[in-house]
Design a binder for this molecule. Sequence first.
Ligand SMILES: CCCCCCC/C=C/C(=O)SCCNC(=O)CCNC(=O)[C@H](O)C(C)(C)COP(=O)(O)OP(=O)(O)OC[C@H]1O[C@@H](n2cnc3c(N)ncnc32)[C@H](O)[C@@H]1OP(=O)(O)O
Length: 314
Amino acid sequence: MAPSSKPAAAVDPEAVLSHTFPEVSFAYDERDVALYALGVGACGADAVDEKELHFVYHRDGQPHIKALPSFASLFPNKNSNGLGFVNVPGLNFDASLLLHGQQYIEIYKAIPSRTNAVNKVKVAGLHDKGKATILELETTTYVKDSGEVLCMNRSTIYLRGAGGFSDSSRPYSYASYPADQVSRVSIPNLAPSAVYEDQTRQSQALLYRLSGDYNPLHSDPMVAQVAGFTRPILHGLCSLGFATRAVIKKFCNGDPTAVKSIFGRFLLHVYPGETLVTEMWLEGQRVLYQTKVKERNRAVLSGYVLLKHIPSSL
Ligand SMILES: CCCCCCC/C=C/C(=O)SCCNC(=O)CCNC(=O)[C@H](O)C(C)(C)COP(=O)(O)OP(=O)(O)OC[C@H]1O[C@@H](n2cnc3c(N)ncnc32)[C@H](O)[C@@H]1OP(=O)(O)O
């Protein structure tokens, strides 16, 4: 290479956008649904909580257990343990520095408590932020036998240190979806309509990982240190599960089928053991929320949950 040549860019957008992912088949059952619910704190403060017990136990038997809508956020993990994008040609990054940035989930059909399913995955966005690259992957999940569409997850992955690949002065930015679907929510300057406090356990990430996200960032102190944290951090989707539970509890009377879509932006890491305080505001059929860590008084997550209808009791 001539000394004046530019080093190869870390990201080749054409190669990334033209990548096709293999379809992935998977199955789950009520045990997975209940394990997930425990992983996001269901019945954590009250083992007979009448608005949550049906997520982990049912007197009439396992088939009657209900899936939390955020259980759907696990489906992209089936694509090579969630890291199917690590080997995308044209996408070079340090995997130890990646963080989950945002998650958007559309639910088209009540999430069954057991099914055989298929994931179809595509790149939905790619953005050069200079110090980072943002990759967005869309995973659409179908019921295997009927072909019905169950849900769609759009996962935003923040790749620290992998930006700066744009040629021109205008940073590269591509998205295949309307911007307002996943824009950062503005938190109202009003007292919240509801507040819910949850204590995460020291072992929260160790329990949550058994639902299928085995990234050692959440369990291994050395890996966490390399990534810049004093100890393993909580999975972003675990915090999102806590926030979704808070909304279902406060606005849906425990009914998981009332939820149409969920959006969350991860603002700051959470350490297992910290207390999550979720403030919620009802705006039309959307519940805007912001989750703070009580011990550090810092906002760690914000977003919205769109409901099919507002329960008449509100
Ligand atoms: C199939 C998919 C599976 C994915 C699994 C991935 C593995 C899972 C890992 C985890 O769960 S990690 C734990 C959860 N996540 C976190 O804890 C991250 C918390 N957030 C942060 O630490 C920070 O917000 C950040 C992501 C490091 C960004 O902070 P930074 O200070 O670097 O950003 P800014 O200077 O404010 O903004 C730069 C640029 O980027 C945009 N942006 C910022 N934050 C996010 C975000 N969370 N999501 C998306 N985009 C983000 C921001 O808007 C700026 O862009 P412009 O506005 O300038 O265009």
